[in-house]
Design a protein around this ligand. Structure first.
Ligand SMILES: [Zn+2]
Ligand SMILES: [Zn+2]
Length: 419
């Protein structure tokens, strides 16, 4: 048996995990200032939740879900995204009884059975936010600005916002019909994938990355020309709101999100520095989803961003947060019998809030000093029999190499002062 993580997954080791924490913490602070509250939902759901919500025709439901039978033969699926679960929770807990809109955010890993390649993983991490219960175009603007503010706050500068409107059940069908006729007329020029896609749901063809296909779809009918007056009006107010918020954007008529549940506003944010798969986040309205799950007709809108992609973009802009200079303290004992005393000092320091550590592998004095250095400690406290007897310890500043004698009772004060 080979000892390695399953295909398409990876360990996030401490060097990288610190960025995950940074991204989650920044999100928490900003999202809460916008009035969003955290929700934690299960890692898996009954399979129907995703089949129904995301849509049978999507690539996700067709071939990318991690679906399995549990011991009671129930079909369960590891969550491929967050919106379906949040809306399921909204319906299950009748959250329409709370002040509307209900504004929620989440952070966690998602699962898709994809061919692992080019930064795509089978387990990947997302931060997302959802606002359920308001059709106000200003809510769309709020979410888009929240996402843009987030990217700027974590240090991204080169980001591009694209928006579009996907219409509604009133105006979308006529468009889909015309799109289907257009695709029929081009059926010999599009890729084999798209031939299958357009039969299931013509909107899916816009997911295609094939250059030839993309060229053809530039001439396809545009949804914007089919919008009903309500959808037009909504989109106009979103654009106006973004203008007032000082947010620049492009309208991209091919921005048709790959899930069945999207209506009206959709948006995507790209980083031009990370290659062809340049989206680092996006979202849109899903005004029919609550009703689809058996709740009252309730509009909703949300977004999700991928931590792997965002980290790539930060790397490309050279904006990853620098590792904080550590001011850790390493307690070194000259002989083995003093280790209990070293441990006591460690506890005292830790309980006073100082990051501190010692050796647990029986290293020599020299080995311990080396370890202190490797761990990036700023100070070493050196304990010998004389020090224990006199109650005065040698504190070495590992940056400057200077030493000072400090009384045991004054240690905490000493480190506080130095900081
Ligand atoms: Zn409409
Ligand atoms: Zn294609």
């Amino acid at each position: 048996m080979e000892i390695k993580a399953p295909r398409g997954t990876s360990d996030i080791l401490p060097e990288r995990a610190q960025y995950w924490d940074f991204l989650a913490l920044e999100a928490m602070n900003l999202f809460e200032s916008f009035g969003y509250q955290k929700i934690i939902f299960p890692t898996f759901e009954y399979t129907e939740i995703f089949q129904k919500g995301i849509g049978q025709s999507t690539d996700i439901v067709q071939k990318e879900m991690y679906t399995f039978l549990d011991k009671a033969e129930r079909s369960l699926t590891l969550r491929p995204e967050g919106t379906a679960s949040v809306v399921r929770a909204y319906v299950e807990h009748k959250m329409w009884n709370r002040p509307q809109p209900v504004k929620l955010y989440y952070y966690g890993s998602m699962f898709r059975y994809e061919r692992p390649q080019s930064g795509r993983y089978r387990e990947f991490w997302q931060i997302g936010a959802e606002s359920i219960g308001s059709l106000d175009p200003l809510i769309d603007v709020e979410l888009i600005i929240l996402l843009m503010d987030y990217y700027r706050q974590i240090g991204l500068q080169m980001i591009e916002l694209k928006i579009n409107s996907m219409g509604c059940p009133l105006c979308q069908p006529a468009y889909i019909e015309d799109l289907r006729s257009f695709l029929e007329s081009k059926v010999n020029e599009i890729c084999s994938q798209c031939k299958k896609r357009y039969k299931l749901n013509p909107l899916r063809v816009f997911d295609c990355k094939n250059e030839q296909c993309q060229k053809i779809y530039k001439e396809a009918p545009q949804l914007s020309k089919y919008l009903c007056s309500e959808c037009q009006n909504h989109f106009a107010r979103v654009k106006k709101g973004l203008d007032l918020g000082g947010e620049s954007f492009q309208i991209d008529s091919s921005l048709v999100r790959g899930f069945d549940y999207y209506t009206k506003t959709t948006f995507e944010i790209c980083s031009p520095l990370i290659g062809a798969q340049d989206a680092i986040g996006g979202g849109g309205r899903y005004d029919g989803l609550v009703e689809l799950y058996g709740g009252p007709p309730t509009p909703g809108i949300g977004f999700a961003l991928g931590l792997e992609r965002v980290t790539l973009a930060l790397e490309a802009e050279n904006s990853l947060p620098q590792k904080k200079e550590t001011k850790g303290i390493y307690v070194v004992s000259i002989d083995d019998e003093l280790r209990t005393e070293a441990f006591n000092i460690l506890l005292m320091l830790r309980r006073s809030g100082f990051q501190s550590d010692m050796d647990y592998t029986g290293k020599s004095l020299r080995g311990q000093m080396k370890q202190a250095d490797k761990k990036g400690a700023r100070f070493a406290i050196i304990l010998g029999p004389d020090e224990i007897e006199s109650g005065t310890y040698t504190v070495r500043d590992l940056n400057s190499g200077t030493q000072e004698n400090v009384k045991k009772d004054n240690l905490v004060e000493f480190f506080k002062k130095d900081r």
